[in-house]
Design a protein around this ligand. Structure first.
Ligand code: SAM
Ligand code: SF4
Length: 324
């Protein structure tokens, strides 16, 4: 079992397979990064898998593949299959913007993927275009339909932004409810890579918006899930990911691996240790030691605070690199 320096059990690994993306979401990657990680610096699937095996053997039982946009990485289904075949009962999920799902969903399902989280910030073509800086909505909706059609579990992620999509919270929730899909509203996390002047809605404001049409009952956090769950009058459940809340980090069970092999203990902070050399050398002992050091040094909590965001509370971490 993996336990961090604050006594929390860590059983969840998020693996970013690329930092590249076909969208330029305002809250994540409004412009092209100054320099992409050169392709030759990316770990191969075999190298990433070597570390994943170490993590699974040490107690990780939940893996999420993410990015950048993970579906841009060629032959991703072969990577999914490697993980699935090693431990078929692992909770294996992927986060995607959905754009490439029409042509990839079936292959991913066949390879052993269980669940998808798909980002959907608006049902209005113009607003979706404004956020992603590309005309994406029609293709994303097709992607969601395809994922449901092939039998993948689907959840939707929405990041409500003031003055942009804050008036669509109820509509996107209703779209999900009609399809029997859970929606999770994510508080915008301030970071230095996002577009200036962007303002997110805090959890309380999101709930106030939902309450305009529904009565809601708090259910609580599902185990160590980042999502706090709520139920409305007809039993439909939705989630709120609220990293600005002081108790968010208490049950954090996550570590993150980037495509170039940096092992990151916390989404907020820049600190990371590389496992690249260890996996390139096939050195399992060294990879296990790096993992142990990262766990020992995992910060107690992030610095996104509830109230006014100071300069100190703006994370330098790029979401397209860590995968959120
Ligand atoms: N490209 C994929 C996607 O968009 O779903 C996967 C990577 S993306 C970084 C993972 C999740 O992080 C998405 O749901 C996205 O909405 C969320 N995200 C990105 N930047 C964020 C920010 N600044 N605050 C909150 N959520 C953010
Ligand atoms: Fe790309 Fe996802 Fe970031 Fe949007 S949130 S720019 S889709 S990585």
């Amino acid at each position: 079992m993996l336990i961090d320096g604050h006594g929390r059990i860590v059983n969840y690994l998020r693996v970013s397979v690329t930092e590249r993306c076909n969208f330029r979401c305002q809250y994540c990657m409004p412009e092209k990064p100054f320099s992409w990680v050169p392709k030759e610096n990316l770990l191969s699937f075999e190298e990433l898998f070597l570390f994943i095996k170490v993590a699974i053997d040490e107690g990780v039982n939940k893996i999420r593949i993410t990015g950048g946009e993970p579906l841009l990485r060629e032959n991703l289904d072969s990577f999914v299959k490697m993980i699935h075949d090693y431990k078929p009962d692992i909770d294996l999920a992927l986060t995607t913007n959905g754009y490439l799902l029409p042509q990839t969903a079936q292959k991913l399902k066949d390879a052993g993927l269980k669940r998808l989280n798909i980002s959907l910030d608006s049902l209005k073509p113009e607003i979706a275009k404004q956020i992603a800086q590309k005309d994406v909505l029609e293709q994303v909706l097709k992607g969601i339909d395809k994922a449901l059609e092939v039998g993948l579990g689907v959840k939707i992620n929405m990041v409500p932004l003031k003055g942009i999509n804050d008036n669509e919270i109820l509509d996107v929730m209703n779209y999900c409810k009609e399809r029997g899909i859970k929606i999770r509203f994510i508080e915008y996390m301030e970071n230095r890579h996002a577009m200036d002047a962007l303002k997110g809605m805090h959890g309380k404001e999101i709930l106030t918006e939902v309450k305009k049409r529904h009565t809601i009952k708090a259910l609580g956090r599902e185990g160590a899930s980042p999502s706090f769950n709520y139920k409305i009058e007809d039993g439909y459940e939705f989630g709120l990911i609220d990293p600005h809340k002081h108790d968010f980090c208490e049950s954090c069970n996550r570590i993150r691996l980037t495509a170039e092999g940096n092992l990151i203990p916390c989404l907020y902070f820049d600190e990371a240790l590389s496992i690249a050399k260890a996996v390139k050398d096939g050195n399992i002992k060294e990879a296990t030691e790096v993992l142990a050091t990262v766990l020992k040094n995992k910060p107690k909590e992030n610095r996104w605070s509830m109230d006014d965001i100071s300069q100190e509370d703006i994370s330098a971490r790029a979401f397209y690199e860590t995968g959120g």
